[in-house]
Structure formats: structure tokens, C-alpha cells
Write a protein that binds this ligand. Structure first.
Ligand code: HEC
Length: 105
């Protein structure tokens, strides 16, 4: 699916095979999100994911907890369009469906 290549190169080192167990994952606090866990993307709105991926967690003030984390600030590298592609790849890889997209469009 679209976005999978981006996910593989940019996200899997930390988020692994959508399970949060990438080779770089050990040692991060909080750990990279496990997208297969029903409490992560399955519960979240796409707009939140977009913001979360765009802004990441690095450099947030301590008050930014629990969102202050090693999650990179992808707006520096990925275009908005790429971020949406990666989100679609994420849902697909995690076996989840986005809540608001109508695939017939
Ligand atoms: C350097 C390691 C690292 C990389 C690379 C990385 N992440 Fe993250 N990510 C994290 C960490 C650490 C968290 C924090 C844990 C959390 O917020 O649940 C996180 C959290 C997230 C969350 C929030 C999930 C939630 O439940 O709030 C999303 C969405 C996400 N990452 C998507 C991505 C995408 C998409 C990419 C690739 C473009 C990516 N990440 C690359 C480390 C990483």
C-alpha cells in the first residue's frame, strides 16, 4: 500500500513492524508507540496523528508530557502529503481502519 515504503524507511527503526519493537526502540522513554495495540491509533483521530507526526516529541517542554518523547519532528523531512500517506500505511500495517475515510472516494 501507498506509504509503506516511507514507513519502512522512516518509521520502522523505532516503531518496528507496527508493533513498536524496532531495533532502535529499546532505551526510549516513553517507548515508540505500538500501532497494533488497540489503545493507540485505533483510538485516535487522524487529525491527531497528523499533528503528532508533524510535530513529533523532541524539543517539547517538560509540560508537553506525555507527548515529550524521542518521536522525530517529521515536518522537517516529510511533506503534508507524505505524512498522510504514511498514516494510511500505518493503519493498513496495523490492521486498523481509519475512522473517517470513505474508501469509495
Ligand atoms: C527515533 C524513534 C522514532 C521514529 C524514527 C519514529 N517514531 Fe513515532 N514515536 C516514537 C516515540 C518514542 C513515540 C512516543 C510514544 C507515544 O507517544 O506513544 C512515538 C509516537 C508516535 C505516534 C503517537 C501514537 C500515540 O498513540 O499517540 C505516532 C502516530 C507515531 N509515533 C508515528 C510515527 C511515524 C508515522 C513515523 C515515521 C514517519 C515515526 N513515528 C517515526 C519514536 C519514533
Amino acid at each position: 500500500m501507498y506509504g509503506k515504503g516511507l514507513y519502512a524507511s522512516r518509521c520502522s527503526p523505532c516503531h518496528g513492524n507496527f508493533d513498536g519493537k524496532g531495533f532502535a526502540a529499546p532505551g526510549f522513554t516513553p517507548p515508540p508507540a505500538n500501532f497494533k495495540d488497540p489503545t493507540t491509533i485505533a483510538m485516535l483521530q487522524e487529525s491527531f496523528l497528523f499533528w503528532r507526526i508533524k510535530k513529533g516529541g523532541v524539543g517539547l517542554p517538560v509540560e508537553g508530557m506525555p507527548w515529550k518523547s524521542a518521536m522525530p519532528r517529521w515536518e522537517l523531512e516529510l511533506s503534508d502529503e507524505d505524512i498522510w500517506k504514511v498514516i494510511m500505511g500505518e493503519y493498513d500495517g496495523a490492521g486498523q481502519k481509519p475512522r473517517t475515510w470513505d474508501e469509495s472516494e
